[in-house]
Design a protein around this ligand. Sequence first.
Ligand code: ADP
Length: 323
Amino acid sequence: MSEVKKIAVLTSGGDSQGMNAALRAVVRSGLYHGLEVYGIQRGYQGLLNNEINKMDLRSVGDIIQRGGTVLQSARCPEFMKLEGQQRGAEILNQHGIDGLVVIGGDGSYQGANKLSKLGIKTMGLPGTIDNDISFTDYTIGFDTAVGVVVDAVNKLRDTMSSHARSSIVEVMGRHCGDIALHAGLASGAETILVPEVPYDMGEIADRMKENFEKGKRHSIVIVAEGVGRGEDVAHALKERHASIDARVTVLGHIQRGGAPTPFDRNLASRLGDFAVRSLIQGESDKGCGIINGELVLTDIDKVVNTKKDFDMDMYELALRLSQ
Ligand code: ADP
C-alpha cells in the first residue's frame, strides 16, 4: 500500500453552502497529519488547466462562514471523456499528488470514480443542497437551503394571510423532494409536491377550498421543481376552483446562497477530516457520509447507482399536521 503524501482538493458541479467549511477541514486536517495539500481551482476544468496551488493554514482562514466556494466550481464536459480523465490523472501525477478529495454532487463523484481507476486515490464529499446523494443522511448545504426556504415562507405567510391567499413556492430538487419535504414540514405547508410521490391536483384543490371554507387564513403549497413549474400548479388549481387565488414565488438560486448553518459547517468539518484520514488509511474511490450520526464510507459506484430513500413517514406526518 503506497502511502499518501500529497493530496489535492477541488469543488465541482453546483455549489452549496458549506463547501468552504469542507475545504477548510480538508486542508487543515491534511496539514495536521503532515501531508502537503493543494487546492485546484474551478473543479475538473481547473485540473485540466493546471490551476493548482499549494495551500497553507492561512489559505483557508476566514472562510468557514462563507457560502459559495473560494476554489470556485465549474462544469467540465471534457472530463466526461476518457482522454480528459487521463490528462487529469497525468497532471496530478506530474505534481506528485496521489490523493484527491472531490467536493460535489453525483456527477462530480463519477469523475472521482474515473480518476481512481487511473491510479489516483479519491474521496467524495457530498456537497449539494439537494440532499440527493445516497449513503449519507445529509449533504453539505441542505440544511442551509432548507433554512432559506423556511425563511421565505415565513415572509410570504405575513402577506398571504392578510389577503386570505394561497402561496405556491417552487423550490429546488429535480429528482429529490427533500428540500420541499423538510422545508414544508418546518414551515407548516398545507401541500408538498415532490417527484417521489404521485398526487392528484383535483384532490389538492378540493382540500384547499375546504380548508379555506373552514376558516384557514392562508395556504402554502411547496413544489419541488422536479414536479413541474409553480405557475402550472397555480393554473391547475384555479381551473378546478376559480376561488383559489394563488401567487407563485420561484426561489431559484437564492437557495444556494447565504452563510452555512452551524449544522452544515459541522457536517462539512467532520466529513472533510474523515476524507483525509480515510485517504491516509489507504482507502480510495469512496463517498463519505454520516448515517445515524456515524461516519461511513461507501464505494462511489454504489453511491451513484443507488437512489436515496424518500422519507415517507415524514411526508405523511407533514400531511397529518397540515389540516
Ligand atoms: P454535480 O457534481 O453537482 O452533480 P455535474 O453533474 O454537473 O454536477 O458534474 C460536475 C462535473 O463532474 C462535470 O462537469 C464533469 O466534469 C464531471 N462529471 C460528471 N459526470 C461525469 C462522468 N460520468 N464521468 C466523468 N466526469 C463526470
